[in-house]
Design a binder for this molecule. Structure first.
Ligand code: FEO
Length: 395
């Protein structure tokens, strides 16, 4: 379980190949995840973060094989969320007097979760902890992505322990970014950013600039999920800077749900018209009821526009689409236009509702949207084709 990272720094976490849902049931993890904990064995010994609660006993047992627990001088809790602090109760039961270094918000959060009065040592940006010949420098990172989040930097080895930032839900027996499939790695990185970090994009940019402003050399980035960035670690920092600035590719996502295929026929006809008018755009269609919501959100994040379709049901829209728009609203995507469509049988409110929800989620909506009565007939399909051609010039 102990895996060398650099000099006297080791990984002591858990690779969770079985994980398929995270944050309760909110986030799909097709490739599993890891909970990364690190052990620094300098003149003083520090443990940085732990693992998710179900692995607490396994973690402490393995840690005990790696080092005599009595030799641990400091515990660093970069983040109080359960996937990183979950093994703290088991560990602190064994070493109850060892100080825990975290932010002031971390103290509140850890107390709130575990109701324990551990030996907390709150730290602020710039505070240092000597490990002998090396020291840890703390950097608060509030709302990246919780109020308590922080980074720490190890001098001498030039390692940034960034916790959730720059991570990805990606299980691998390889520890390092240069050893894994690069397409898989970047797919998981952008999914992680799109689904978790987008609401905090302005803070991402400011925090990265602040850390770069310290002029500390960064040789390695040790995140709390996924691989350790040892090969050109700045590449993921640069990706974050790009993703934080209203990121878009030449892509349009067309997301719909359908009851009796009318809205599906509309979606495919709109796509045909759009493709005729703009052959270069990467146009992707998703029936949301048959797609993974987090994967669709990632595709929306990559898009320059979102076209959403739902039939009318009970004067409203289908629940899959309603749930997606609620989540997208919270994610605060920027720099993406939108349009709406849907078929109906009698009352026909869906397109108006979609337009309103897209606008309230911050998407500039072009046109009033397109409605089709019952299943689209030849004229209805022609209207969809024309709508798609018009959208090519508007989105
Ligand atoms: Fe990986 Fe915010 O916990």
């Amino acid at each position: 379980m102990k895996h060398p990272i650099k000099n006297n720094v080791s990984w002591i976490g858990k690779i969770d190949w079985e994980l398929r849902r995270f944050h309760g049931d909110e986030y799909s993890t097709h490739r599993g995840s890891t909970y990364n904990s690190y052990l620094i064995e300098a003149e003083k010994v520090a443990v940085i973060d732990t693992v998710w609660a179900p692995f607490a006993k396994e973690y402490v047992a393995q840690l005990e094989q790696a080092i005599d627990l009595g030799k641990i001088d400091y515990v660093i809790a970069n983040h109080a969320e359960i996937d990183h602090s979950g093994a703290l109760p088991e560990l602190m039961r064994r070493i109850p007097d060892v100080p825990i270094y975290c932010t002031a918000n971390g103290v509140k959060s850890l107390r709130g979760h575990y109701h324990q009065d551990w030996n907390f040592r709150p730290v602020k940006t710039g505070d240092k902890l000597s490990l002998g010949s090396k020291e840890l420098i703390f950097v608060e990172a509030p709302m990246l992505h919780w109020p308590d989040s922080m980074f720490c930097y190890l001098t001498g080895d030039d390692i940034l322990f960034s916790n959730d930032a720059f991570g990805q839900h990606y299980a691998s027996e390889h520890m390092f970014n240069d050893l894994v499939d690069q397409a898989e790695l970047m797919a998981e990185c952008i999914k992680y950013y799109a689904n978790i970090l987008t609401p905090f994009s302005e803070l991402v940019t400011k925090k990265i600039q602040e850390v770069l402003g310290f002029n500390l050399p960064v040789d390695t980035i040790c995140t709390s999920h996924g691989v350790v960035w040892r090969d050109n670690p700045i590449q993921i920092v640069q990706r974050y800077l790009a993703w934080a600035e209203g990121y878009q590719e030449n892509q349009i996502s067309l997301v719909y749900d359908t009851m009796w295929n009318g809205t599906r026929i509309m979606a495919e006809s709109i796509a045909t018209g759009l493709r005729e008018a703009d052959p270069a755009v990467n146009l992707k269609l998703f029936n949301l009821a048959k797609s993974d919501r987090n994967d669709v959100i990632t595709e929306i994040f990559k898009s320059r526009a979102l076209i959403v379709g739902s039939p009318t049901i009970n004067r409203g829209i289908l629940t899959s689409i309603a749930g997606l728009l609620e989540e997208v609203k919270g994610l605060k995507f920027r720099n993406k236009k939108a349009a709406a469509f849907g078929c109906y049988g009698w009352s026909g409110e869906s397109v108006k509702l979609l337009r309103e929800r897209l606008e309230s989620a911050g998407f500039p909506v072009v046109e009033d949207g397109l409605r089709c009565l019952w299943n689209p007939d030849r004229e209805g399909v022609a209207a969809c084709l024309e709508f798609g051609r018009r959208l090519a010039g508007l989105l």
